[in-house]
Each structure stands twice: as C-alpha cells, then as structure tokens.
Design a protein around this ligand. Structure first.
Ligand SMILES: Cc1cc2nc3c(=O)[nH]c(=O)nc-3n(C[C@H](O)[C@H](O)[C@H](O)COP(=O)(O)O)c2cc1C
Length: 157
C-alpha cells in the first residue's frame, strides 16, 4: 500500500511522530513517503494565506496521514492554509494526528482536530482521527505509541 504523510512541524515534534509512523508502516511492508509542508518566510498565528516552497504531490496516493501542531488554541496557520486551498480529496482516506504543548485536549487540540477534519471532509476525504500527543505530559511516550498504532492501523484498514 502507498501512503503519504503530509505534515507541518515548526520545532520538530510533529516530524518525530511522522517519522515513527513512517517506520511502522515500512516495517509492515508498506510504502510511506514523508511530505513536509515548508512555508516561505515566517508564519505567525493569525496569518491566513501561507505560501509554500512546494506543495505535496498526492497523485497516486489514496491514503494520506496528516499531522500538525496546535498553535494559538487551534490548527496551525500552515496546515489550515494548505488544507483550505488543497485540491479535491474525493476518494481519499485521511488519518489525522496532532501534537499539542498543553496537557489537555480542550486547550486547543479538540478545536484543531475538528478544524482539520472539517476542512478535509469539505474536500471530499473520508476522515479518521488517530489522536493527539500532549507533549508536556509524563505519559508522552505512551501517547506517541498509541497515535502511531492508531494511525498505522487506520490507514491500512
Ligand atoms: C506559535 C506557537 C503557538 C502554540 N500554541 C499552542 C496552543 O495554543 N496550545 C498548545 O497546547 N500548544 C501550543 N503550542 C505548542 C505546540 O503545539 C507543541 O509544542 C507542538 O508539539 C509543536 O509541534 P512542532 O514541534 O511539530 O512544531 C504552540 C507552539 C507555537 C510555536
């Protein structure tokens, strides 16, 4: 199975989870390609129209994992901007994960997840949520394991 992992990461946390999911998929014999969103210039919360160095190439990928950090109590502007102007995702399955600084999902994670899900559904994708990793929690390793297992199982189901 061919899987694309489309993610944004400012300080490396979301990247590290994306890499673990990629490794888990590869260990099960699947092709998994990381496609990082790299904005042009600095992006601050509140910015709406983010431009990217290049856009993900999703031709040939019907299964896509999207990963993003929470910023300013919502979905970060880079992912929000990318998904708002992304092409149709008709027929594609999307599995979502987030990383969040605060320890509880009501401090931005729930809102960010709902926004990411709604944007993808508006593009026609079938959406599943793999979960949120709360970066400052003591049980972060357990949360990472759970998100990696869910994302891997959900995308190949
Ligand atoms: C500009 C900015 C805003 C942030 N706002 C929030 C927030 O509102 N709620 C939260 O839980 N974490 C917030 N964080 C923390 C990040 O969500 C968290 O550290 C995340 O894991 C970073 O992922 P990354 O390293 O892939 O960029 C913020 C981080 C940055 C840089």
């Amino acid at each position: 199975m061919k899987v694309a992992l489309v993610f944004y990461s400012e300080t490396g946390n979301t990247l590290s989870v994306a890499e673990l999911i990629q490794a888990a998929l590869k260990a099960r014999g699947h092709e998994a390609v990381l496609q990082r969103l790299v904005p042009i210039g600095e992006v601050h919360p509140g910015v709406k129209d983010v431009k990217f160095e290049s856009l993900p190439d999703l031709a040939g990928y019907d299964r896509i994992i999207f990963g993003s950090p929470v910023q300013a109590f919502s979905l970060c502007p880079a992912m929000s901007s990318y998904l708002s102007s992304a092409p149709s995702m008709d027929g594609k399955m999307a599995v979502l994960f987030l990383t969040e600084g605060f320890p509880y999902p009501w401090l931005g994670g729930n809102r960010a997840m709902a926004k990411m899900e709604n944007l993808l559904k508006s593009k026609g994708a079938a959406v599943k949520r793999a979960g949120i990793v709360h970066w400052t929690r003591k049980d972060r390793p357990k949360q990472i394991d759970s998100v990696v297992v869910s994302a891997t199982e959900d995308i190949i189901a």
